[in-house]
Design a protein around this ligand. Structure first.
Ligand code: ATP
Ligand code: MG
Length: 408
């Protein structure tokens, strides 16, 4: 692809994450190309090409099964001596870039990138790496360093704060003090980011194998509370009304992230619905209890209302898609249903497509809450693995037990 662009007389480089990862000896997730050809010119060079994006226009080129992103060099924005068409570049009150489609040279493009290690360019013309921002040195010293003045760069795009954390955790790097310093105070700027983008970013942060370390950094830099305020309010220090659930929430969040990291390390599949179901289980219980107290509704009704409340609030911040919230609802409702096992109930629950996930959450809760829940989780553990005959016997045994209780 680089050659194709070169042959047509354009400059072209591999850039960003792929160069960084190759230099670190990791396998790149994807390859990004940057060039002085405009999107329209790129489209003329490649047949399987689609132009995408508004805030940041670029070309997607189909390469076998993969999509390669080809972006035109970004240039400088408005300054005292440059006036830029407002269709190409736009900024909000907080300094956020709403459009970033001003084109420039490769040197200018380097300055528009986020971190020094992400501004390394590989040329197929002379097989060299161009390093305009001392990225090689930072990469070697394992330092995450923003290019330019940190506060301005975070205001342009607040997601860069999350990216700093993500790279520090994933690549086991430290964040340069000047890059780290403004994060805590600018964290609230994440409120201006569209919920769909924050959802994507939250998965990259928590579901790509370094979730636990990332979570700790997000807490440290006050970013977690921006992404998950309904969790963070229970985690906050000196919070008296949080009660017993505070400790539970802290532990279940840590546990589900450790489990997810473990599964990814062992090439097992992970479903974000499970992580979110574990995250919000205790907040939902807390909310359901509150609704019951205030309105006198039956627990089941309060529980449904609580699910709605918590999901609605969270989706405003990170747009969790419907296909996931449906599964989360199933996992939550099964937590309640798993208590009632007599008659045909236990068999119906076992047949439920989300039984396994629901059981996993039950087991996690049992390890945290102890007591009766440990007995219940053990029962379900036995029930799912035993023979059909034994299952019938197990349910009969329950009926006996409850009659016994009733007599007493
Ligand atoms: P990974 O793909 O492993 O998450 P990456 O560095 O490739 O990491 P991408 O989101 O694929 O991240 O972006 C590719 C490149 O585009 C980055 O390396 C960086 O140079 C530039 N870039 C991405 N997002 C931003 C941003 N918000 N601000 C400035 N530059 C960015
Ligand atoms: Mg990438």
């Amino acid at each position: 692809m680089l050659y194709r662009l070169n042959k047509q007389g354009y400059e072209a480089y591999l850039v960003g994450g792929c160069i960084r990862d190759l230099l670190l000896g990791n396998v790149p997730k994807d390859f990004d190309i940057t060039t002085n050809a405009t999107p329209e010119q790129i489209q003329k060079v490649f047949r399987n090409c689609r132009l995408v994006g508004r805030r940041f226009r670029l070309a997607h080129i189909l390469f076998g099964k993969e999509i390669i992103e080809v972006a035109t060099f970004r240039g400088e924005h408005e300054s005292d001596n440059v006036k830029v068409n407002d269709n190409l570049a736009r900024r909000s009150q907080s300094g956020m870039l709403l459009r970033d489609n001003v084109y420039g040279t490769v040197e200018q493009d380097a300055l528009r990138r986020d971190f020094t290690m992400n501004a390394l360019y590989y040329s197929a013309k002379d097989f060299t790496i161009r390093d305009y921002c001392h990225g090689l040195q930072d990469l070697q010293q394992k330092i995450v360093r923003l290019i330019g003045e940190p506060e301005t760069r975070y205001r342009e795009d607040p997601v860069r704060m999350l990216r700093a954390i993500r790279f520090a955790a994933k690549l086991d790097m430290s964040i340069d003090p000047k890059t780290a310093e403004p994060i805590k105070s600018l964290a609230p700027l994440l409120k201006n980011i569209p919920a769909a983008r924050l959802f994507d970013e939250s998965l990259k942060l928590l579901q790509t194998g370094h979730g636990y370390t990332t979570y700790q950094l997000l807490r440290e830099y006050h970013l977690f509370e921006q992404l998950f305020p309904n969790l963070a309010k229970f985690l906050a220090k000196n919070n008296f009304h949080a009660g017993a659930h505070k400790d539970y929430i802290e532990r279940i969040v840590e546990q589900v992230l450790k489990n997810t990291d473990y599964r990814i390390a062992n090439a097992q599949r992970v479903n974000p619905a499970f992580m979110f179901a574990a995250f919000f289980w205790y907040p939902i219980m807390e909310q359901a209890q509150m609704i019951t107290l205030e309105s006198g509704l039956q627990f089941n009704d309060s529980f449904s209302l609580a699910i709605n409340d918590i999901l609605a609030e969270q989706c405003k911040i990170t747009a969790i898609p419907r296909r996931l919230t449906t599964i989360m609802g199933d996992i939550w409702r099964l937590q309640i249903r798993m208590h009632k096992r007599t008659g045909k109930r236990a068999f119906a629950i076992l047949e439920h497509p989300k039984f396994r996930a629901a059981y996993d959450l039950l087991e996690m809760r049992a390890a945290i809450e102890k007591g009766e829940l440990l007995i219940l989780a053990k029962w379900w553990d036995e029930f799912q693995y035993t023979s059909p005959d034994k299952r019938v016997a197990m349910v009969k045994q329950l009926a006996k037990g409850s009659k016994h209780k009733a007599k007493r």
